[in-house]
Design a protein around this ligand. Structure first.
Ligand SMILES: Cc1cc2nc3c(=O)[nH]c(=O)nc-3n(C[C@H](O)[C@H](O)[C@H](O)COP(=O)(O)O)c2cc1C
Length: 357
């Protein structure tokens, strides 16, 4: 690991920030206490909501942790396409006895206000999704003593992250659950996302930054593979989503290993940006027609997703999950860190001792 990142936490395991109430303070606490890096997700929260979670986590542990921010989104959605999609979703709203949300409910996710909080009350690590912050922002966080990470999904994006002056880059492979952190969503590049092992190798040749590997990692042996390929640490989302500490809806947790859900797909159905989720009825019916319009589509579908969850219907929810979802283990998050470390050590020993032929 990069010295600065390794110095922060002993095991090369990062619990992915998961917006939507999944990576709650108790989950981050459990991971950080076990020697990994726990993360809070500020996405979709208010600046004050983020601050309250930070205060809560600080009351639970003195170990380092991270906070994740969404980058503000440029105005590029085709309004007419959003209207057509809203028309298509009218039946969903009627079925769940709710209204569609207002697609124009904001596109900056309170970025400036959240940054101001993080500069006033610095945290050990901040990561960014959906784009690259300015050099000034990254520099001011560095001066505040914060280590910065930015997600990238292609070597060009990794170069942009390096040029802006971040401390490390997250290599997010196509296997990853939840939203791809692509810097600018472009339907012309659909289907060109890169698998994690290849992505790590490509980043190694493109940039000199330390790499945190994300996407489909469920076992310590996969962490060993990512480290062998050149990553400094691994970021796991779906594996931690299944733990008792995660705030994910129980239906979402159960669906990960429910044989009814046979596969995942990248879809714009729920948010207007490609994100990987378990294929359910909503994804199947609407995915092919959803426009590239984030966060408009996110706002539009929000009441439907909430009502589906409260009525116990996983077929109308966004069941974000990585390709390894079937390997999810329900054990407590601290224990999961310990098991992953043991598996990582076993894989490393096998490699160095010639145990793998
Ligand atoms: C439910 C869920 C929510 C997520 N939310 C965020 C988020 O708020 N910010 C972020 O940077 N990444 C988010 N991600 C992506 C993760 O950072 C990471 O790339 C992904 O979980 C790795 O793949 P895996 O789920 O197969 O481990 C989310 C992933 C999931 C599964």
């Amino acid at each position: 690991m990069s010295s600065a990142l390794t110095d922060l936490f002993p095991h090369p395991i990062v619990q992915a920030p998961m917006a939507g109430g999944v990576s709650v303070p108790h989950l981050a606490q459990a991971v950080s206490e076990a020697g990994g890096l726990g993360f809070l997700a500020a996405g979709y929260k208010t600046a004050d909501g983020m601050y309250q979670e930070i205060k809560q986590l600080r009351g639970l542990t003195t170990k380092p942790f991270g906070v994740n921010l969404f980058m503000p989104q440029p105005e590029y959605a085709d309004k007419a396409a959003v209207d057509v999609y809203a028309h298509q979703l009218a039946g969903e709203a009627a079925w769940y006895d709710t209204e569609l949300g207002d697609p124009d409910s904001g596109r900056d996710d309170g970025y400036e206000a959240k940054l101001a909080v993080l500069l006033d009350n610095p945290v050990p690590v901040v990561s960014f999704h959906f784009g690259v912050p300015s050099s000034e922002v990254l520099e001011s966080l560095r001066r505040a003593g914060t280590f910065t990470l930015v997600t990238a999904t292609t070597p060009d994006e990794a170069l942009a992250v390096e040029r802006a002056g971040a401390d490390a880059v997250i290599a997010q492979g196509v296997e990853a659950g939840g939203h791809q952190g692509t810097h600018r969503d472009n339907p012309e590049t659909d289907g060109t996302s890169i698998g994690l092992l290849s992505l790590i190798a490509q980043f190694r040749e493109a940039v000199g930054l330390p790499i945190v590997a994300a996407g489909g990692i469920m076992r310590g042996s996969q962490i060993a593979a990512a480290l062998a390929a050149g990553a400094s640490a691994a970021q796991l989302g779906t594996a931690f989503l299944a733990t008792p500490e995660s705030g994910a809806n129980a239906l979402h947790k159960q669906a990960l290993t429910n044989p009814l859900f046979v596969r995942t797909e990248l879809t714009r159905a729920f948010s207007g940006r490609p994100a990987r989720g378990l294929v359910n009825r909503f994804l199947r019916e609407h995915g092919p027609y959803a426009p590239a319009a984030y966060p408009e589509v996110h706002h539009l579908t929000s009441p439907v997703r909430k009502k589906a969850a409260s009525s116990g219907d996983p077929q109308g929810m966004a069941l974000w999950a990585g390709q390894g979802h079937r390997m999810a283990r329900e054990m407590p998050a601290g224990q999961l860190v310990e098991v992953l470390v043991a598996e990582l050590d076993a894989a490393a020993t096998a490699l160095s001792g010639g145990g793998i032929r």
